[in-house]
Design a protein around this ligand. Structure first.
Ligand code: MRU
Length: 372
C-alpha cells in the first residue's frame, strides 16, 4: 500500500513554488516559534540556505538540490546546448560545495546532471522540462521511501516502548514521515503509544527546536532531554530502542550522522539497547569504503560560544572544536533500516547484496569530492 498522496509534494519543508520558478522552504533556523517560508531563486540564495541550515537533513538537502538544478536552468533556456551544459555544471559545483557530509546533496545533483548529459540531442527547453520531471520524481521517491522506512522501523518496536532519538530525522529533514521519526508518526496514526526521548542535540539544537516541535504537533508523547541525560534515561530502563537518521552510510556499515550519535551508540551498547539507523538508499554510499573516508564538516565556533545566548558563554580567545557529524562504528549498529528492507550484520556483505557492488550513489565527480 502506498502512503503517497499527490498533495504531499506541496506540503513539505521543501517544495516548488506554485508558478514553478522557485524553491520554497520552511526556514528551519526560525523554528519552533516562527514558521517562516523563504523563496529561493538564485544559486547564492540556495547555497546560503543549505549552509546556514535553513534547509537541512540529508534527504531534504537532496530534494532542495534537485529542484535547485531545475530552477537554475530556467534563465538559461535560450542558450545552445554546449553553453547550457557548461553553465549548469558550474552552478551544480557551486551548490554542491555548500555542505560536504550528507551524500544526498551530490546524489541528487548527479541525477540531475545525468539528465542533462543523456539528452544532449534534445532542445534545451525540453531538457529543462525533463529536469523538472526528475526533481519531482526525486521528491516523490523520498516520500515513498520514508513511508517504507517508517513501516520497517515500526516493526522493530511495540506499544509502550521508549525510543531515544538524536538530532532531527523527521518530515522537516526529509519529506512526509521522515526516517528515524517516521515510525513514531506512523505509530501515532495507528493508535500505538510510544514514548520518545529527544536529545536536544548541541550545538544547533535540532532535537529541541525541530524533533520535539514535530512530535508535539503530531501529539506524540515526547520528552526533551539534554544530550548528557541519555545515559540516565537508558539506565532507568526507559529506552527500548534508539532510532537515528544518517547523512552517509559507508559500504562497511559505518554510520555518519549528527555529532553525538556515536556517543549514544556506545551508551546503547553498554545498556544492551538496540541501536538502529534509518535512511533511504540515497544515503548509502557504496563508493565510500569506511567511515574514515567521510569528510566531516567543521562549523563556526560561534555556534558553541555565542549562538542561543544573550551574551557569549566563553571568552573570545577560547579555542573550540565544532565538528558537525561523527561516525558510529558499524560494530555498534544493530541494524540499518532502509526503504529496501532491514539490513543486519555483517553489513559489508549484506549491504552489497541489497545495493550492489558500487551502489546507487556512484563515485562520479560530485560523489567523490566529499568522500576522501
Ligand atoms: O546538520 P544537520 O541538521 O543537517 O544534520 C542532520 C542529521 O544529522 C540527520 O540526522 C540526518 O541528516 C538524517 S535526516 C533524515
Amino acid at each position: 500500500m502506498s502512503l503517497f498522496k499527490e498533495e504531499d509534494l506541496k506540503n513539505g519543508s521543501v517544495t516548488l513554488s506554485e508558478d514553478g520558478s522557485a524553491i520554497v522552504i520552511l526556514d528551519q533556523t526560525r523554528l519552533p516559534l516562527h514558521e517562516v517560508y523563504l523563496t529561493l531563486r538564485t544559486k547564492e540564495e540556495i547555497y546560503d540556505a543549505i549552509k546556514v541550515l535553513a534547509v537541512r537533513g540529508a534527504p531534504a538537502i537532496g530534494i532542495c538540490a534537485a529542484y535547485a538544478v531545475y530552477v537554475l536552468s530556467l534563465p538559461k533556456a535560450e542558450m545552445d546546448y554546449e553553453s547550457f551544459a557548461a553553465a549548469m555544471e558550474a552552478d551544480a559545483e557551486y551548490v554542491n560545495s555548500s555542505r560536504p557530509t550528507a551524500v544526498n546533496l551530490s546524489w541528487a545533483i548527479r541525477r540531475q546532471m545525468a539528465v542533462i548529459r543523456e539528452h544532449a540531442d534534445k532542445p534545451v527547453r525540453e531538457i529543462i522540462r525533463l529536469l523538472k520531471e526528475e526533481a519531482i520524481a526525486i521528491h516523490r521517491e523520498d516520500i515513498e521511501m520514508c513511508a517504507k522506512i517508517s513501516e520497517y522501523g515500526l516493526s522493530l518496536v511495540k506499544a509502550g516502548d521508549g525510543i531515544l532519538t538524536h538530532c532531527n530525522a523527521g518530515p522537516l529533514a526529509t519529506s512526509k514521515y521522515g526516517t528515524a521519526i517516521g515510525p513514531m508518526l506512523l505509530a501515532k496514526e495507528r493508535g500505538i503509544d510510544l514514548k520518545v526521548f529527544a536529545d536536544e542535540t548541541r550545538p544547533l539544537l535540532q532535537g529541541a527546536r525541530l524533533t520535539s516541535y514535530e512530535l508535539t504537533k503530531a501529539g506524540v508523547d515526547v520528552t526533551l532531554i539534554c544530550d548528557n541525560m541519555a545515559s540516565m534515561v537508558m539506565k532507568n530502563g526507559w529506552v527500548q530502542a534508539v532510532f537515528v537518521g544518517c547523512d552517509r552510510i559507508a559500504a562497511n556499515g559505518d554510520v555518519c550522522n549528527k555529532i553525538g550519535t556515536s556517543g549514544v551508540a556506545v551508551l546503547a551498547k553498554y545498556y544492551g539497547i538496540p541501536f538502529y539507523t534509518l535512511g533511504p538508499y540515497s544515503t548509502i554510499d557504496m563508493s565510500c569504503p569506511t567511515g574514515d573516508d567521510i569528510h566531516i564538516e567543521l562549523r563556526d565556533p560561534e555556534e558553541i560560544k555565542k549562538m542561543w545566548y544573550k551574551e557569549p558563554m566563553a571568552l573570545e580567545e577560547t579555542k573550540c572544536f565544532n565538528p558537525c557529524f561523527d561516525v558510529t562504528d558499524h560494530s555498534l549498529v544493530t541494524a540499518i533500516v532502509t526503504d529496501r528492507g532491514i539490513v543486519y550484520p555483517p553489513f559489508a556483505e549484506n549491504l552489497k547484496k541489497l545495493f550492489g557492488e558500487s551502489g546507487d550513489v556512484s563515485a562520479d565527480s560530485f560523489g567523490k569530492q566529499h568522500c576522501e
